[in-house]
Design a protein around this ligand. Structure first.
Ligand SMILES: Cc1cc2nc3c(=O)[nH]c(=O)nc-3n(C[C@H](O)[C@H](O)[C@H](O)COP(=O)(O)O)c2cc1C
Length: 352
């Protein structure tokens, strides 16, 4: 099968992967209504292209929190990449470096944050706050020491959403695939400590805005929050001192029937867009999706599952191909909208 777009990579990955592993990546919470909505909202937004503009010289380059990037795309943090390929997060980080984009490593990565850092990509580190605060402070220290450029605190995970397909397939990570960042705390058998919902340790369900302030006070790195879906929450996060906001419903894996990120984006941008950079994720599969997100005020987007599909299909090369496809599609979409640079993408390009 010729792999032309990101949906083709998903199909190819499905045919290569063990069904329960594919299901762990692909699935969402509950009835998967939010998971589907993440796609259908993009499909329903229509573009109003500008014509007769010289677009013969185009660039997709921009900056995110002052960091240069080849395109307005960040790799979303995703747990256990080694389920797709044994080279896991190292292959992803190497592809990110080649593509000139930022890679956000998951706390629950199957490769240690230090090993991933040794690749030399521009990395952010995604974090949860755990019941044992010492684990959190130690991870912050390690990320800073390893050269990570920012911390991303995921705040939509007071408890872990129920992904019913996992209960049906009886998913368990195989031997050798474990949350490597936690071996320091739990020993080499960290994988065995993964409870039913695949978190190596207990998330702290008692977290409040004070804990966000605590994290910011205890971090030398800028902190973004991921998982905000409301303007008022975004404002509170800014008041706490965050460096950026990621509008996200966790790829439909947490609260089912939660609003799609792209639908929540205008409210968040209206609330805090003048003060900070706002990023969005969930269902971004096409160059036109990126144009729509930027037109609605996002600085950049995060792309999740397609990275894992590329990894499953052909390791680092497959991940590189995912970004080649997105780059080509974004370039064409911008040209056809009359935009030579991402800064020219504006709200006038959108119609209901
Ligand atoms: C397999 C998988 C694992 C994920 N693990 C994490 C994680 O550890 N931390 C986190 O903040 N988000 C996690 N996410 C959510 C992603 O960061 C991102 O918000 C979402 O996947 C974006 O939607 P998309 O997959 O439709 O592009 C995960 C998503 C998937 C698919």
């Amino acid at each position: 099968m010729k792999l032309i777009n990101l949906f083709d990579y998903e199909q190819a990955a499905q045919s290569k992967m063990r069904a329960s592993f594919f299901g762990y990546y692909a699935g969402g919470a509950g009835d998967e209504i939010t998971l589907r909505e993440n796609r259908t909202v993009f499909d329903s937004i229509k573009l109003r292209p500008r014509v007769l503009i010289d677009v013969s010289h185009r660039t997709l380059e921009t900056t995110i929190l002052g960091h240069p990037t080849a395109l307005p795309v960040v790799i979303a943090p995703m747990a256990l990449a080694k389920l797709a390929h044994r080279k896991g997060e190292v292959a992803i980080a190497t592809a990110a470096k080649k593509a000139g984009i930022i890679h956000c490593l998951s706390t629950l990565s199957s490769t240690s944050l230090e090993t991933v850092a040794s690749v030399g990509a521009a990395n952010w580190f995604q974090l949860y706050i755990y019941k044992e605060r010492g684990i959190t402070t130690r991870l912050i220290e390690r990320a800073a020491a390893a050269g990570y450029k920012a911390l991303v605190l995921t705040v939509d995970t007071a408890v872990v959403g129920v992904r019913e397909n996992l209960l049906r397939t009886g998913f368990r990570p195989p031997r050798g695939v474990k949350a490597e960042n936690f071996t320091e705390f739990y020993g080499a058998k960290a994988a065995l400590r993964l409870p039913a919902q695949f978190s190596p340790i207990d998330f702290d369900s008692s977290l409040t805005w004070d804990d966000l302030k605590w994290l910011i006070a205890n971090s030398s790195l800028p902190v973004l929050v991921k998982g905000v879906l409301r303007g008022d929450d975004a404002k509170r996060a800014i008041d706490c001192g965050v460096a950026g906001i990621i509008v996200s419903n966790h790829g439909g894996r947490q609260l089912d029937t939660a609003v799609a990120g792209i639908k929540a984006l205008p409210e968040v941008v209206a609330a805090v867009g003048a003060q900070t950079e706002v990023l969005v994720d969930g269902g971004i599969r096409r160059g036109t999706d990126i144009v729509k997100a930027l037109a609605l005020g996002a600085r950049a987007v995060l792309v999740g599952r397609p990275v894992l599909w590329g990894l499953a299909v052909s390791a680092q090369k497959g991940v590189e191909q995912i970004f080649d496809v997105l780059k080509r599609e974004l370039d064409i979409a911008m040209a056809l909208c009359g935009c030579s640079s991402v800064g020219e993408i504006g709200p006038d390009l959108i119609t209901e």
